[in-house]
Design a protein around this ligand. Structure first.
Ligand code: 2AM
Ligand code: CA
Length: 270
């Protein structure tokens, strides 16, 4: 049984408080599919409401900490204190289309002695399955109270790889296509499920053997990256370095598959 920190309890309580409303709103979306205006405005309301609940709960527990949230942007707090990074609804397009695959993502970023900031606590919570994927730095990654470990597959031919495809003019489609062209013929399958937070949580859980995507936002990946690392996986940029956020490139897998995928990607982008 893992020992939760008080901080993790705060985060999980916030997510569980926002979840019932999200579940209700998701069920409601199905009925709106036929209406003329469509469910888009409704979903954006659901998104905002979930964020309000999360921000309210987090502020109550840690009033002087900053919060970076997808909808509201940055709420300034004490710059020397940690910061919450919050995505109230990752997988919005799934939610909008009635596809049951979305999550709440919450991370805590702490200032370190060396002046850098580091993610130290992470939760990706899937309201419809009630699954809590979480990690605390140095204490491992967990699904509820079961230890998570990245997959042990070593052969690309057995590997199921998740990705995100550039959409609506976002991202670099030419680059994604070159990587896809190099990776797809070598692996057992590629999946595009539409929630980067869950893609990473599922790499940590060994459901996916790897993941690559670029042009994501900090709240999409902050929690998922720590969960992968604490599950024994690697997360790097496409060059194999640690400048994931700066380069906005994310490649995650176990050590063996990470190095194989990295070679394929390096070749494709040469
Ligand atoms: P969001 O659901 O919070 O917007 C996956 O490629 C990532 O891109 C998701 O984490 C998702 O976060 C974001 N995204 C934004 N708009 C999207 C869209 N139209 N289709 C797919 N993903 C989208
Ligand atoms: Ca998101």
């Amino acid at each position: 049984m893992p020992s939760h920190s008080g901080l993790f309890t705060v985060i999980e309580r916030a997510a569980r408080k926002a979840a019932p409303r999200l579940r209700r709103d998701f069920n409601e979306v199905q009925h709106l599919q036929v209406s003329r205006k469509g469910p888009a405005d409704f979903v954006s309301m659901a998104d905002k409401r979930a964020e309000e609940t999360l921000v309210e709960e987090l502020r109550k527990a840690r009033p002087d900490w900053s919060i970076l949230a997808e909808e509201g942007g940055e709420i300034a707090g004490d710059p020397n204190k940690p910061r919450f990074i919050v995505d109230p609804l990752d997988g919005t397009s799934n939610f909008l289309h009635g596809i049951p695959h979305f999550a709440i993502s919450i991370a805590v970023e702490e200032p370190m002695a060396n002046g850098k900031r580091e993610i130290t606590t992470a939760l990706v919570y899937q309201p419809l399955t009630d699954e809590s994927f979480w990690a605390e730095k140095g204490k491992g990654a967990w699904l509820q109270d079961a230890r998570l470990r990245v997959s042990s597959r070593r052969d690309l031919a057995d590997a199921l790889i998740a990705t995100g495809i550039p959409f609506l003019g976002h991202g670099n489609f030419a680059q994604w296509s070159r990587i896809f062209g190099a990776v797809a013929p070598e692996v057992a399958g590629i999946r595009r499920l539409g929630s980067a937070a869950l893609d990473l949580a599922w790499v940590a859980a060994g459901r996916f053997d790897g993941f690559w995507e670029s042009d994501l936002q900090p709240w999409d990946v902050a929690a998922g990256m720590l969960i992968v690392k604490e599950a024994g996986g690697f997360v790097t940029d496409f060059r194999g370095g640690d400048r994931t956020m700066e380069r906005n490139e994310f490649l995650a897998a176990n050590d063996v598959l990470h190095s194989k995928l990295h070679k394929l990607i390096a070749n494709a982008l040469r």
